[in-house]
Each structure stands twice: as structure tokens, then as C-alpha cells.
Design a protein around this ligand. Structure first.
Ligand code: 3MF
Ligand code: MG
Length: 340
């Protein structure tokens, strides 16, 4: 078992105002600069960013260059690095029915142009990773789009970006539903298959979010193990999820400790060397003075589970496996999780 240290990251959207579809904000807005000052205090090393977390999407080239330079300095002053840029393609009116898979040619062009601009921002901030959460690439009713054409359009979009910049990497962050009823390429496995069809499979991989796998009825640790085996797990969004409902982004390990343990154990055994990203939301009831606790707690849970994983007696596990004594193996793991 390794003794390496992990690099922790999260996105500024993880310090939020607590609005939900049924009620308004319950905490004041914090400026980006104020959020950045929290990172190191909370034990984090880097920042995950949407393109418009950095600069507004409608700024021209010159404004964008100056704005990005300003954010680059803000990050440097805090001793933080930018992990990735994700084009936020789901809020603009032109992507109401998807970007890459929209039926409108003009909307598809907007989505591609905005994604290319995200690549430019990534370059200026010194990161080569572009994350694609394909939020609206799906349908509310099956008949709304041609699913066969949609697959090709997503591949074309990824290829266009790989072609646009010969250095960047594309990481698909797949989620089976929400906001759409059904998303195209709903799981990491789906995107993985697409990676091998791109013009550069070596620069095509995945980011796996625990809650997204759970929403697809899959185990996040198995999803991660499979993509690690492909050498294509380049980032993670660790969190937790209480069953099949809206995407909850709960504190890592808070619902199913054993599932979280298995996630950490897999990352440890595979020598995962990407960032440990957390995509977690504070509960709506959280007071303003506690609004970053979910981040600190998720990180602490991860590190506690690393300790547990490193304390597992691999020889004992092998013996129990060979004896097919899964009852004893289960008790061994449960006892470890209870600190016994
Ligand atoms: C939605 C998500 C997204 C992505 C983010 C960065 C807003 O379920 O997980 O969070 O993580 O867009 O890719
Ligand atoms: Mg996420």
C-alpha cells in the first residue's frame, strides 16, 4: 500500500447559496475571490472551474484575455492551481435543447465555439484538461431527437476539440439523468467506448462522480476500477447519494460508508494519480458560518478512509477469498469501518 499524498480540488459552485427548485437562496453570495481564500484553509490544493466561473461567457477576446490573466494571478496568490475547465453549456438560451446534440445548427455551432473558448481559457490558466458534463445532451421524450445522430454529433464535438488543440485532454463526466429525463452516454462506460472512436484515444478519458454512478444503479468503485484499468480515470467527483432521486451531492461517505471505503480502496490499490475532486453541496439548512464544512468533512472522510484502506491486511483478504469465506471477509471489513 502506498504512502503517497493526494491533491484535493473542488469547484466554486460547491460553496453555494442553498437555492432549490422550490425555494430561494438562504445564504448570501460570496465573491469568487472570497471563495478562493477558503481553499487552502480547508486543505485544498486546486480549483475546478467552469469557463464562466473564470470570465463571463459573452466577453470579447481582449476582455477575456485580461480577465483570465487576473484570475490566474488570483490563483497564484493563493497558491492554487486550476485543475480543469468545463464549458457550462446548460444555462444559455441557445443550449436549451442541448448544445452538441441540438437539432438547431446555429445552437450546435454556439456550443462548439463556446467549448473552443473554454480550451483557450484552459491554456491561459495552464491546464490541459477539459471536462464535459453533457447536461442537456439528451431528451425529455425519446422522439425529440435522433439518438443515432446524437451519438455521432457528440463524437464530432469531441474530435473538433481534440483537433482544435493538440495538447488538451477531454474528460467526459457522465450522468444518466437530470436535468434531462434521459441523457445520451449515461455512464462512464458509454463515454469510454466513445473515447476509443475519437481521433486521439490517448487524450480522451473520464471523470467519474460517485452520485452519477449511483443514479445509474452502478457502484462507483467498480466504475472507477474499470476505467482505471483502461488508464482513463483522470479525475473524480466524490460525494454520496441516498438512493434514486434528484442528484444530492452529499458529503462523501455520509450515506454509505462502505461504498465510500470501497471507492478509496480502489483508488489506493490502483495508484490513482489524478486529483481528488469533491462535488458536494451543503444542506439547505446550513448556516452561513458552517457553509464550507461539507467540503472539509468530505476531505476528512476521504483521508480517514485512506487510513482504513492502508490498514487492511491484504494477505488476510487473500486467504479469506481463497477459503471463499465471504461472511468472515465482510465482518473483517465492517469491523475495520467501526475502527476495530
Ligand atoms: C452535475 C455536476 C456538475 C459538474 C460540473 C463540472 C455542476 O451533476 O456534477 O456540477 O460536475 O459541471 O464538470
Ligand atoms: Mg460533478
Amino acid at each position: 500500500m502506498s504512502n503517497r499524498t493526494y491533491r484535493f480540488t473542488f469547484g466554486p459552485w460547491n460553496i453555494s447559496q442553498g437555492a432549490d427548485p422550490f425555494g430561494p437562496v438562504v445564504r448570501p453570495n460570496l465573491d469568487f475571490a472570497v471563495k478562493l481564500r477558503e481553499y487552502k484553509k480547508l486543505g485544498f490544493d486546486g480549483v475546478q472551474l467552469h469557463d464562466d466561473d473564470v470570465v463571463p461567457a459573452d466577453w470579447n477576446v481582449d476582455q477575456t484575455r485580461k480577465g483570465v490573466a487576473n484570475v490566474k494571478k488570483m490563483l497564484a496568490d493563493e497558491g492554487l492551481f486550476a485543475e480543469f475547465i468545463a464549458p457550462r453549456l446548460w444555462e444559455d438560451p441557445r443550449t436549451i435543447d442541448g448544445g452538441y446534440t441540438s437539432n438547431s445548427e446555429a445552437d450546435r455551432k454556439y456550443a462548439i465555439d463556446r467549448s473552443k473558448r473554454s480550451v483557450d481559457i484552459a491554456n491561459m490558466l495552464g491546464t490541459r484538461d477539459i471536462v464535459l458534463w453533457l447536461a442537456r445532451e439528451g431528451t425529455y421524450i425519446r422522439e425529440a431527437k435522433c439518438p443515432i445522430t446524437a451519438s455521432q454529433r457528440i463524437l464530432d464535438a469531441v474530435n473538433t476539440l481534440l483537433q482544435y488543440d493538440k495538447n488538451i485532454r477531454i474528460l467526459g463526466e457522465m450522468k444518466p439523468n437530470e436535468p434531462m429525463d434521459q441523457a445520451y452516454l449515461p455512464t462512464p462506460g458509454h463515454f469510454l467506448a466513445l473515447c476509443y472512436r475519437t481521433i486521439d484515444p490517448n487524450r480522451s478519458g473520464v471523470l467519474i462522480e460517485s452520485a452519477h454512478s449511483i443514479l445509474a444503479g452502478l457502484d462507483p468503485s467498480d466504475d472507477m476500477a474499470y476505467t482505471l484499468w483502461h488508464k482513463k480515470l483522470w479525475s473524480v467527483h466524490l460525494n454520496d447519494q441516498n438512493g434514486l432521486k434528484y442528484d444530492q451531492d452529499k458529503t462523501f461517505g455520509s450515506v454509505d460508508l462502505r461504498r465510500a471505503f470501497n471507492t478509496v480502496w480502489v483508488l489506493e490499490r490502483a495508484n490513482y494519480d489524478g486529483c481528488v475532486g469533491l462535488d458536494v453541496k451543503a444542506m439547505r439548512t446550513t448556516k452561513v458560518e458552517h457553509q464550507t464544512k461539507h467540503l472539509a468533512n468530505s476531505r476528512a472522510m476521504f483521508l480517514r478512509l485512506v487510513e482504513v484502506a492502508r490498514s487492511i491486511d491484504a494477505a488476510k483478504v487473500e486467504t479469506l477469498r481463497a477459503q471463499r469465506d465471504h461472511e468472515e471477509l465482510e465482518l473483517y471489513i465492517l469491523a475495520k469501518l467501526m475502527g476495530k
